[in-house]
Design a protein around this ligand. Structure first.
Ligand code: OGA
Ligand code: MN
Length: 205
């Protein structure tokens, strides 16, 4: 059911799917070695107490709401990424340049965080950008879950403009890419540890 793009056909297929429907699922976006290194990095951030409860809202209304959003996150430092993060950012940069050549999205940079959902944590229905406010243009989330199985929870449910729903399993190496203002989406409660790198291509400040 899920339209899957593989790494060989990037970036033409990615650009084509984004132009056509604003959403694409890319399997094998990250190789297994990089997935392992990024997962370990997330684990060591957790062990060091550097994964913190994520907040919702902007400005004055920024707050913790663990029912609305229950993940722990740690922002990647774009200036001093660790080696695994640097490799991910290089991969993402190739995509940014390729998309800018093919589409007119004006992707300027990419902000990203390690995210961990566990003990039933979820992220209820939301958008990553409300029209006009904010710089987020395109969401790109990479998944790090080796051996994810039906029943583990943590699927991404994307609400499509035609009323349909696309369910994306958070499989290791897979990336999901979509226009940040177009699709309400939610992360279903995770019954097993669910790790990802969530990120957003932004417009020029
Ligand atoms: C987010 C988000 C989706 C996912 O962090 O805003 O919606 O699948 N993440 O992790
Ligand atoms: Mn989101």
């Amino acid at each position: 059911m899920v339209a899957v793009t593989t790494i060989d056909s990037l970036p033409d297929r990615l650009a084509g799917e984004l132009a056509e429907r604003g959403l694409s699922v890319v399997d094998g976006f990250l190789g297994p070695e990089l997935v392992t290194l990024l997962r370990r990095r997330g684990e060591s951030l957790l062990a060091d107490g550097r994964m913190r409860p994520a907040r919702i809202g902007k400005g004055e209304s920024r707050r913790l709401d663990r029912d609305q959003r229950g993940d722990l996150i740690s922002w990647i430092d774009p200036v001093e990424p660790d080696p695994a993060e640097a490799e991910l950012l290089a991969r993402v940069e190739e995509v940014r340049l390729a998309l800018n050549r093919r589409l007119f999205l004006g992707l300027f940079d990419y902000e990203a965080c390690h995210a961990l959902y566990r003990n039933g944590a979820r992220y209820r229905r939301h958008r990553d950008r409300f029209s006009r406010s904010g710089r987020r243009i395109l969401t790109l989330v990479s998944y790090l879950n080796e051996g994810w199985r039906e029943g583990d929870g943590g699927e991404l449910r994307v609400h499509l403009p035609d009323g349909g729903i696309e369910v994306v399993a958070p499989l290791a190496g897979r990336a999901v890419v979509f226009l940040s203002d177009r699709f309400p989406h939610e992360v279903l409660p995770a019954r097993k540890e669910r790790r990802s790198i969530a990120g957003w291509f932004r417009s020029r400040p």
